[in-house]
Design a protein around this ligand. Sequence first.
Ligand code: URA
Length: 196
Amino acid sequence: KLLNLPLAERVHELEKLKKCVANCTRCPELASTRKQTVFGVGNPQAKIMFLGEAPGADEDATGVPFVGRAGQLLDGIIAACKLKREEIYICNILRCRPPGNRLPSPEEAGNCREWLDGQISIVNPEYIICWGSTAAKNLLGTTEAIGKLRGKLFEYGRAKVCCTYHPSYLLRNPPAKKDVWQDMKWFFGTMGVELT
Ligand code: URA
């Protein structure tokens, strides 16, 4: 029912959802340890959504996804894809920082799913890029390793979905940047966009 809302209504719906998220206490540990929730940022009419794992310390401090070291690396990828942050919509599987940046538990991811699905249905993106295995496995409900998910097209609602390595993995393993670039060239090719 939220498909193709006019911009003002999308902004309004996202603001309403953001307030619900800010008051969420479904995960008692996360609600008691977070500084704030990290809802998501970007264009409410974005064609492309970026989906990460969970806020880290920098995101918990600022309330904005992907602003730490991994986020800076992601900004480089965004620029290489000739995109601007303002054109896309960026959010995570979780809206709270797990203590010590541990992996989100399946229960936490399940608790946060209503918010994620709300954002997906309001923004209604044509394409979703899952950054890393937490995003890929939770969105798609698969247990396959990220290496097996790369280079394949999935669907989530109306959106075409691809999966690639998480920017944090690229910080630890820079040679894998060429694999992510290959994934971007392929996925943007499916959109009819040639990246050079
Ligand atoms: N890593 C993520 O997956 N998401 C963020 O928002 C920041 C770091």
